[in-house]
Design a protein around this ligand. Structure first.
Ligand code: AMP
Length: 217
């Protein structure tokens, strides 16, 4: 029997990797893991990891590799992931990528593809300053391209919408800088492994998703 497959959604903040991961996971009938969501949840519930991670998240910086890998390992070793999974926001540094490779070998998973969704900074600023998320169900909106029907109210569950603390212009610029310095080297790392698929993230969500599906088929 072949090893369960793992798909990584990578790209700068605001590229739509979370949106695409949320669409892809049900298509493949596997769970979606978002490291950013797990860290935000840890902050909300005040766990030790959350207390440690909060200042990094607020400042738009990466939490230490040891913390990120611990949170990722805990998530992917859950039994729901035994048939494979889709992950976004991890790995984000070369160190994380190497540790992730080792972990997947140990767990006998096959890192099938890294879908790299790219967009320029100008577009990132436009998207992220308009992003709003539901406190209750996590649905994501954009004030320009996908506004909720009623201001500040989630269409799906009626929950309250909020703006992420790290979605202000200053913090977005920090996040983009962090991305360029620490995360963009992963493009070469996975290219060398023959696993990278480049996708133009400036297209509409459906068009990007078509390309994502083609890449995994
Ligand atoms: P995201 O929701 O993917 O935009 O992530 C939000 C924030 O969570 C980032 O700006 C980091 O502070 C933190 N974070 C998410 N994933 C990682 C990771 N792999 N390594 C370190 N920090 C991370």
């Amino acid at each position: 029997m072949s090893s369960p497959k793992v798909y990584v959604l990578a790209g700068p903040p605001g590229s739509g990797k979370g949106t695409q991961a949320k669409l892809l996971a049900p298509e493949l009938k596997v769970p979606h893991i978002s490291l950013g969501d797990l860290l935000r949840e840890a902050v909300r519930s005040g766990t030790e990891v959350g207390k440690l991670a909060k200042s990094y998240l607020d400042a738009g910086k990466l939490v230490p590799d040891s913390v990120a890998i611990k949170v990722a390992e805990e998530a992917v070793t859950k039994k729901e992931c035994r048939n494979g999974f889709v992950i976004d926001g991890f790995p984000r540094t070369l160190e994380q990528a190497k540790l992730f490779d080792a972990l997947l070998i140990k767990l006998k998973f096959d890192l099938s593809k890294v879908l790299y969704i790219d967009i320029p900074l100008k577009e990132i600023l436009k998207r992220l300053t308009g992003r709003r998320s539901c406190r209750n169900c996590g649905a994501v909106y954009n004030l320009t391209s996908k506004p909720p029907k009623v201001e500040n109210v989630c269409d799906v569950c009626g929950g309250e919408l909020y703006q992420r603390k790290d979605d202000t212009e200053d913090v977005i610029k920090v996040r983009f800088g962090v991305y360029e310095k620490q995360t963009s080297p992963l493009v070469d790392y996975y290219k060398k492994q023959g696993k990278l698929v480049y996708i133009d993230g400036t297209q509409k969500v459906d068009q990007v998703f078509k390309e994502v599906c083609k890449a995994v088929s």
